[in-house]
Design a protein around this ligand. Structure first.
Ligand SMILES: [Zn+2]
Length: 418
């Protein structure tokens, strides 16, 4: 049965007219409500549908391209070399720039969700802004790295691990931000994983610049909890392992020292290089905090455990001794320095009590160690969970410049202090 909504006339009784009008208005409202609901559904569902289609397409593409490969199986070592040699990550031209690497894409910020994590997710940009505002760096002299592609990441990571990042729940576990689990993965890829991949590109490139110029600083990177097969502790990609494998193949070196002075144990690179005699690992960490990775601890060449509450003088004294031992144990061709600032007094996660001046002195000691031995050094900034970390890192870079441990550079007729 249908209701004759449009048959009203002025001859009809008033009460009847009103009833029909109410019915007409009610039906119109219902229609509008239905329309709005449909639009809302489409608005919410479209990204999911697009993402599903994209995934299906990429899965189809990867399966068809893998099935088109020759039947002869290429060994893992050759495949790794092939991937490294065909990578574009060494391409950015830095000949007229300072070997400080940063992209505005490093910084993570969306919908305020980054505020749910104690990590200052825009510290990388803040470091550069401090340096620029104080005349130690020009925007045009900063080296902008490329994003590490899937093929680049496969140099160290397994297919299974990279595929696991297509699930937002896994990314939420790795970044330790539970709400990330609720977000569609395309958004997580764009706003969280892309910035990380760009930072990975920066760490890989830093080794090349360090070999050319003696030193390089990636203002990001230092994801030392991630290994080829597993992420964790805010580390989704193993940038240090990737950097070193690229250096072995492209820079023709075979001895690398990792000096890991973040407050946490660097279990990612330790798992990746556990049985690799080309890599010497000096790790100075607090054994009473995350990650408690006892297997990885077996792979540290030189372990220095600094207990909770260790203060500046004691810390720097242990560092002096450790560097002396490392220098006599191993002669590297490249140093990768993981310079986490979570050793700072007051850091809620690091548990140590090193002052800002102590951090600056620490970085100076490591750069002096490299300079005295004429070993190229890569620095990555790694952990540092307080808003004050960016200021301390900027001050440390300024100190390295003032101490002559990183060279001045002439650019556009003006003397740049770094
Ligand atoms: Zn840390």
């Amino acid at each position: 049965m249908t209701i004759p909504l449009l048959t009203l006339s002025h001859q009809q009784p008033f009460w009847k007219f009103r009833t029909h009008r109410v019915i007409a208005n009610t039906t119109e409202s219902t229609r509008n409500l239905c329309k709005s609901t449909l639009y809302l559904f489409l608005a919410l569902a479209t990204p999911f549908i697009a993402y599903r289609c994209f995934n299906s397409f990429t899965m189809f593409w990867s399966s068809s391209s893998s099935s088109s490969q020759p039947a002869t199986k290429i060994d893992a070592g050759s495949l790794r070399r092939q991937r490294i040699n065909s990578s574009k990550l060494y391409q950015p031209d830095a000949s007229s720039k300072v070997p400080v690497i940063y992209s505005s894409y490093y910084d993570i910020s969306f919908l305020g969700i980054e505020k749910l994590h104690p990590f200052d997710s825009s510290k990388w940009g803040r470091i550069c802004r401090f340096l620029m505002s104080e005349g130690y760096l020009e925007k045009k002299s900063i080296v902008d790295p490329l994003e590490a592609s899937r093929e680049d990441l496969l140099v160290v990571h397994t297919e299974a691990y990279l595929n696991s990042l297509n699930n937002s729940v896994n990314v939420a576990r790795i970044t330790e931000v539970p709400p990330v689990a609720m977000l569609p993965n395309w958004l997580v890829q764009m706003k969280v994983l892309y910035p990380f991949r760009r930072q990975v590109g920066g760490t890989v490139l830093a080794a090349k610049l360090a070999m050319d110029r003696g030193w390089a600083i990636n203002v990001g990177g230092g994801f030392h909890h991630c290994s080829g097969g597993r992420g964790g502790g805010f580390c989704a990609y193993a940038d240090i392992s990737l950097c070193i494998h690229f250096a072995f193949v492209r820079l023709n070196i075979s001895r690398v020292m990792i000096i890991d002075l973040d407050a946490h144990q660097g279990n990612g690179h330790e798992m990746d290089f556990g049985n690799d005699e080309r890599v010497y690992i000096l790790d100075m960490y607090n054994p009473g905090i995350y990650p408690f990775d006892m297997t990885a601890r077996n792979y540290i060449n030189q372990k220095v455990e600094v207990v909770t509450g260790t203060a500046t003088v004691d810390y720097l004294d242990q560092l002096d001794k450790a560097l002396a031992v490392a220098g006599s144990n191993f002669a590297p061709e490249l140093i990768v320095y993981n310079a986490g600032t979570d050793i700072l007094d007051g850091d809620p996660l690091g548990g140590l009590k090193v002052s800002p001046e102590g951090v600056i002195k620490r970085d100076e000691k490591v750069f002096r160690f490299a300079r005295d031995r004429k070993i190229p050094i890569v620095m990555v900034t790694s952990g540092g969970y307080m808003k004050t970390s960016a200021r301390v890192i900027a001050d440390s870079i300024i100190n390295l410049s003032n101490e002559g441990l990183i060279e001045t550079n002439v650019h556009s007729g003006r003397k740049i202090m770094i």
